[in-house]
Ligand binder design. Structure first.
Ligand code: FES
Ligand code: FE2
Length: 445
């Protein structure tokens, strides 16, 4: 990859093509209970910009530029009052539309306050998350959703946040790189620890380390299937990428609903926001009824701080080598790092804040990553050069009936036919089948 393409894909600040692409969409930004009615405001960094979220005493939410319009003191120190937030420097007060509504340091006869406004973002609370819209439309588009209404019909959605100290794209690429599971997470297991031919993916992932891949373009992004023998059948793993930063990973049998957003806080930090149903209890134990060492450990979160980057951090980080145990690595686990999400965190953070993709040597197992980069580049440049509105902004229905998971199929069965049959069931016959021949992003010259 050229340095220019790497910059285009990874930089999301104001004025960048990828930043403009992301600003077309609603962004899952914070947990609704991170701000209490009348309580302290929340420092919020998104796409390299600094905002402040606050909940007024009446419960309404505001997200505004953190700088006061007067002389730019931070409204983080402000007083959260009825109707708005008041700067403690000279008492200017702003409502949640950003309008200055009081200017007590100016003579009462002036109407100067009516002319002063700070930037405010549209904000919505839905699906267990507070969403913001950073784009330029006066009327924001509809919220996206990935069949979350179906989950909510039966039980509350499960929502988690977890920060990663690296660029959003290398973090996301870990989600669509399925063959690493057999190494990084399960490398210490042997296939015979698990029932032969079972759907238990731990066995299949170890039995055949180099699956065959197919990657496809879709209306909303890309999808892949990685498949390998499992007894007389083929074991398939189907995963999704949806613009601009969503993935669905095959961590359970096909049908489950769980979407993961890799939201750039800035170009060196991303927040993983997961929204979906509870785990369906995929079997991960050996025949002896034991977990593989290192896979089921708890994740230890540090207490949140008020820092721009102080939310949902874990104890393992690049400065403590992600708490690697060389002892565990040589005697029981493959990586020596505890917990699957921490293992993912360690390898993607170890690439550096922004991986230098000019140094890579991609293989066949990277087919999905290559296609997804191309899809992202095309969406960002089509928006920049021709004003093409990216998928999902004006047609959020394209995220419906998109799911990930694994499936055991006889070798003569086409996995995409199987997926499309399931899709017809999820959508009660209304969704278009995914077309293998669909081409949206032009192939590289
Ligand atoms: S800097 Fe905020 S009121 Fe003066
Ligand atoms: Fe992983």
């Amino acid at each position: 990859m050229s340095p220019e393409d790497n910059a285009l894909l990874t930089q999301t600040g104001p004025g960048t093509p990828m930043g403009a692409l992301m600003r077309e969409y609603w962004i899952p930004a914070f947990m609704p209970d991170e701000v209490k009615a009348g309580g302290a405001p929340l420092r919020l960094r998104l796409l390299g910009e600094n905002f402040l979220a606050f909940r007024s005493p009446d419960g309404s939410l505001g997200v505004v530029d953190h700088r006061c319009a007067h002389r730019c003191a931070s409204l983080f120190y402000g007083r959260n009052e009825e109707g708005g937030i008041r700067c403690v420097y000279h008492g200017w007060k702003f409502d949640r539309t950003g309008q200055c509504i009081e200017m007590p340091s100016e003579p009462p006869e002036t109407d100067y306050k009516d002319k002063v406004k700070i930037r405010a973002l549209p904000v919505a609370e839905r699906y267990g998350v507070a969403w913001v819209y950073m784009g330029t439309r006066a009327e924001p588009p509809a919220l996206p959703h990935f069949d979350w209404d179906e989950v909510e019909a039966g039980q509350p959605l499960t929502v988690t946040f977890m920060m990663r100290e690296c660029n959003w794209l290398q973090a996301l690429e870990g989600d669509i790189d399925t063959c690493h599971v057999g190494f990084l997470h399960l490398g210490a297991a042997t296939p015979d620890q698990f029932e032969e031919g079972s759907i238990n993916y731990y066995r299949q992932m170890r039995e055949n380390l180099a699956p065959k891949y197919e990657a496809l373009e879709t209306d909303y992004g890309t999808m892949y299937c990685a498949y390998r023998p499992a007894g007389d059948n083929l074991y398939h793993r189907i995963g999704q990428f949806a613009l601009p930063f969503w993935t669905m990973a095959p961590s359970e049998p096909l049908d489950h609903i769980r979407a993961r957003a890799w939201v750039p806080l800035d170009d060196h930090h991303a927040m993983l926001v997961t929204i979906g149903g509870p785990r369906t209890g995929a079997t991960t134990l050996t025949k002896a009824g034991k977990p593989i060492p290192g896979t089921t450990s708890p994740i230890n979160f540090l207490p949140n701080t008020t820092d721009w980057l102080g939310r949902f951090r874990i104890d393992a980080n690049p400065r403590n080598d992600h708490l690697i145990s060389r002892e565990a690595q040589s005697t029981q686990s493959y990586s020596g790092i505890e917990a699957i999400p921490v293992q993912d965190q360690a390898v993607t953070e170890s690439m550096g804040p922004v991986v230098d993709r000019t140094m890579e040597h991609l293989g066949t197992s990277d087919r999905m990553i290559v296609l997804t980069r191309r899809r992202l580049k095309w969406a960002a440049t089509a928006l920049r050069d021709d004003g093409v509105v990216p998928p999902g902004v004006d047609n959020p229905a394209c995220y419906h009936n998109v799911r990930a998971g694994y499936a055991l199929l006889p070798p003569e069965q086409d996995w995409l036919d199987f997926y499309n049959a399931r899709r017809a069931v999820w959508s009660r016959g209304t969704a278009e089948p995914v077309d293998r021949k669909r081409r949206l992003a032009p192939a590289p010259a």
